[in-house]
Design a binder for this molecule. Structure first.
Ligand SMILES: Cc1cc2nc3c(=O)[nH]c(=O)nc-3n(C[C@H](O)[C@H](O)[C@H](O)COP(=O)(O)O)c2cc1C
Length: 379
């Protein structure tokens, strides 16, 4: 059952900064510098994380919390080459090694659970089937299939009676993550145009059953997943990620502000560990597009638990967001790729290393585990 969640710091009267401890549900963070989830497409055979994955995350264990790369909850959830899953025993065992490595290094780690929905291709699907989605609407654009770039295919609209099975996949993956792999929790990936986001927003959801139409109906899939995962592992080990104004993966909504306010309010009864919202800072590629409303501030006010902000933050603007109460923590993506010791660099105002975008996806150690920490740089 959902358990109560509250924010604590060592000194609740002091203005918080990135180094003020924080409790997210059942997870105690020594600082508020969260590593954002990042797909790196380096999973091994059977889409299992490898020893290199464990090394990569352990190197970043000084983060207040690590959120893993998006991780498949079932066979049909995949849309990119070499992304990990957490639905087979081998995958679960491999994640156990990752969790142990991070814990041994003094860190905390939650698994981001996803299903890509229409952002896939028959080459990633069981029996070469069409990807599934709330509605049969193809995304504009192309995707990388491993053999090159191809247009997004037309997805198959899910039958109403298939949806409970998908909800169960999320709950099973949550159990595997927490009880079998020993991760500290899970984050439900309801952002960036993947399956849950496709249900939430009306550009991709044209259903006429109880999962489409009204705001309440479009939230139903997410809320059923939260009910099932909370029952499985406890709501105080669950976070949710949203990108209300994101356009990545050909997304949009006709009225994002009231819609996502309703989503945030609907999350309150669960007493989740946190809500994680992507709304890029001005000029960032994940900033609301021209003319779109900014919604993060309203969601922060509507959501009654810990709130993590993301999108183009550096040390100074992150500290400002914490001091002004816009967020309880800030997550950093690209900066963590090239700065495994990001908290130490922030603490000492050391320069940040620039990431090499060419090695973001695929490959091995290069651009993954070979970015040095500060001590090594100085030595
Ligand atoms: C290489 C890369 C992979 C990413 N993969 C994911 C992902 O798996 N799940 C997700 O929710 N966001 C993903 N993102 C988005 C980041 O979590 C984050 O929202 C984005 O990088 C903006 O934050 P930043 O400006 O601090 O980098 C990815 C971003 C990058 C650069």
């Amino acid at each position: 059952m959902p358990q109560s969640t509250h924010i604590e710091s060592t000194d609740t009267h002091a203005t918080p900064n990135l180094f003020t401890p924080l409790r997210l549900g059942a997870i105690e963070l020594p600082n508020r510098i969260v590593m954002a989830p990042m797909t790196r497409s380096r999973a091994g055979d059977g889409n299992c994380p490898t020893a290199l994955t464990a090394e990569y995350y352990a190197q970043r264990a000084s983060a207040g919390l690590i959120i893993t790369e998006a991780t498949q909850v079932c066979d049909s959830a995949q849309g990119y080459p070499h992304t990990p899953g957490i639905h087979t025993d081998a995958q679960t065992l491999a994640w156990r090694s990752v969790a142990e490595a991070v814990h041994d290094a003094g860190g905390r780690i939650v698994a981001q659970l996803w299903h890509v929905g229409r952002i896939s291709h028959p080459c990633f699907q069981p029996n070469g089937a069409a990807p599934v989605a709330p509605s049969a609407i193809a995304a504009a654009g192309t995707l990388f299939t491993g053999a090159g770039m191809e247009p997004f295919p037309l997805p198959r609209a899910l039958e109403t009676d298939e949806i409970p099975g998908l909800v169960r996949h999320f709950a099973d993956a949550a159990k595997r993550a927490v009880f079998d792999a020993g991760l500290d929790g899970i984050e439900i990936h309801a952002a960036n145009g993947y399956l849950i986001d496709q249900f939430l927003r009306d550009r991709t959801n044209r259903r006429t059953d109880r999962y489409g139409g009204s705001v309440e109906n479009r939230c139903r899939f997410l809320l059923e997943i939260l009910e099932a995962t909370a029952h499985a592992v406890g709501a105080d080990r669950i976070g949710v990620r949203l990108s209300p104004t994101g356009v990545f993966n050909d997304m949009g909504d006709s009225d994002p502000l009231p819609h996502f306010l309703s989503v945030a309010q609907a999350l309150n009864p669960f007493s989740l560990a946190y809500l994680h919202v992507i709304e890029g800072r001005p000029g960032h590629h994940m900033a609301p597009p021209e003319g779109a409303p900014h919604v993060a501030e309203a969601l922060r006010a509507a959501f009654k638990g810990p709130f993590i902000l993301n999108g183009g933050y550096g040390r100074a603007d992150a500290d400002a967001a914490l001091a002004s109460g816009q967020a309880d923590a800030v997550s950093f993506g690209e900066a963590f790729i090239s700065n495994p010791d990001l908290p130490q660099r922030f603490r000492t105002a050391a320069p940040l290393a620039e990431p090499d975008r060419a090695t973001y996806y695929g490959g091995a150690a290069k651009g993954y585990t070979d970015y040095p920490a500060l001590e090594t740089v100085a030595a």
